[in-house]
Design a protein around this ligand. Structure first.
Ligand code: 5AD
Ligand code: SF4
Length: 463
């Protein structure tokens, strides 16, 4: 008779950016090794993990509100883990402060998760044997609830390679560089993610080969400053793209996020040259005024940024460019803000993420007087968003009537008669299609004629 071990269940809520989504995939991979499987239902989870984001204000409040809610409504006896950028930012002080968390782990020691979970499980067992009920039944006695907290201030020399449990089937995110060496004066990332460390090209290529063998068709090379890839290990992103391009089975390659200072003409030429690399650049400008850029410590001028944009457009007129802009940075005047509006129109972004400046602890800008009223910031972001939408809608029109290659990912959630996928710049396309033909298309690249657009997505039909 064979004995099958019952698997334990883990629920993960992921907040924030793509780097966190990638970390969640790593956590699931690590937990698989100690017999945890993912569940979408928190109420049946033996372990619930909150993977936090700290890029904007109120990150700690948001985290506390999740923890409070989860504690009140958890499966009896189950454990809660607090992970990601908020604990990394706040350190162990916060860990011991949040007594509802059984496990607290930062971003620098993610690979330690299985050990911490096993340790916490053991402590829980002792607690249960001693007749101490889970906190849910014992309001106010959190102190008796054992907690395992471990946050590493320093990054380990060698980040261990960890298993990854991928939620996506046909495209995969591949981390190529961790951390960032820039010190933009508003940004928490260097604190939460540390200095730049590139993975070796050999490791990355082996991972991509394994993905191709599993049937993945598209990969997205990921880094906070992906253009900085290799500068710490004597290579660069253009060279990496050439290596990854050789992997059979991978049909499309993207990379993000770019930094204007590390985006070279060689890189742009390489993208233009390699057919499998999407003609797509996510390259945040952050502000359209040199004075503001200087105070942000972005280390480039608007003119330099426009040079890059013009070179991209010259080599690849069909290229798609997206960006990020912050409004209401300390000291930004109305005229300086209007320069950001102008830049959106000049670049012609396919999409532009906008955010109101948010004061982050441990950053230089946090010390500066925040002299712009809330109402003024709201007014600025409203105007900027309206312009971004107008520009994006105009840009989207250029796809109408064209045939685009779409990686068909599956049925549309909103209308299961339709299929959904993405074109080269990550724009979603919904495709009318006879349900009898769905299986033929899902997981393949197909030619789709774009028939119309709306601000969020494109509509098309197979040709
Ligand atoms: N306030 C507002 N937006 C920010 N970003 C990063 N830090 C802040 C902050 N303190 C934005 C930038 C970055 C994106 C990921 O988030 O535009 O490109
Ligand atoms: Fe933050 Fe600047 Fe690094 Fe981007 S380049 S992650 S904004 S410090």
């Amino acid at each position: 008779m064979s004995i099958t071990k019952t698997k334990k269940k883990v629920f993960i809520e992921t907040l924030g950016c793509q780097m966190n989504v990638a970390d969640t995939e790593r956590m699931l991979g690590l937990l698989d090794e100690i017999d945890y499987v993912q569940t979408e239902d928190r109420m049946e989870a033996d372990l619930s993990i909150l993977n936090t984001c700290s890029i904007r204000e109120h990150a700690v409040d948001k985290m506390r509100s999740y923890m409070g809610k989860w504690d009140k409504t958890r499966k009896p006896g189950s454990m809660i883990a607090l992970a990601g950028c908020v604990p990394q930012q706040e350190g162990t002080k916060l860990a011991t402060d949040v007594r509802t968390a059984d496990i607290v782990i930062g971003t620098h020691n993610l690979h330690r998760l299985p050990d911490l979970v096993l340790e916490a499980e053991a402590k829980h067992q002792i607690n249960l044997l001693n007749g101490i009920e889970p906190a849910i039944k014992n309001k106010g006695v959190y102190a008796s609830r054992p907690q395992v907290a471990e946050i590493w201030e320093e990054l380990p020399e060698d980040i261990p390679e960890t298993p990854i449990f991928r939620k996506t089937k046909y495209y995969a995110w591949v981390n190529v560089i961790y951390g960032c060496n820039y010190r933009c004066t508003y940004c928490i990332v260097p604190k939460t993610r540390g200095d730049q460390r590139s993975r070796s090209t050999t490791d990355i290529v082996s991972e991509v080969q394994a993905l191709a063998a599993e049937g993945f068709k598209e990969i997205i090379l990921l880094g906070q400053n992906v253009d900085g890839y290799g500068l710490d290990i004597g290579t660069n992103l253009a060279a990496l793209l050439r290596e990854v391009h050789k992997v059979d089975g991978i049909e499309r390659i993207k990379f993000l996020t770019s930094h204007p200072c590390d985006m070279t003409y060689e890189l742009i030429e390489t993208v233009a040259e390699l057919p499998k690399v999407s003609k797509y650049f996510h390259v945040p400008i952050q502000a359209g005024n040199d004075e503001v850029l200087k105070r942000m410590a972005r280390r480039y001028t608007v003119a330099r940024y426009m040079e890059l944009v013009n070179y991209i457009r010259k080599l690849m007129p069909e290229a798609s460019i997206t960006g990020d802009i912050i409004v209401g940075f300390p000291g930004e005047t109305h005229e300086q803000f209007m320069d950001s509006v102008k830049v959106v129109q000049e670049v012609g972004y396919d999409a532009c993420n906008t955010a109101i400046y948010s004061k982050r602890p441990f950053t230089p800008a946090a010390e500066w007087e925040d002299n712009i009223t809330h109402a003024e910031k709201q007014e600025r972001i409203r105007l900027l968003n309206a312009i971004c939408t107008e520009v994006a809608e105009k840009q989207a029109l250029r796809y109408v009537g064209k045939v685009e290659k779409v990686l068909v990912e599956g049925k549309s959630v909103r209308n299961p008669d339709r299929l959904t996928g993405r074109i080269f710049n990550n724009k979603t396309v919904n495709i009318e299609c006879d349900p009898a033909l769905h299986d033929k298309y899902i997981g393949t690249f197909a030619d789709v004629r774009i028939t119309r657009t709306n601000p969020w997505a494109l509509r098309g039909e197979f040709v």
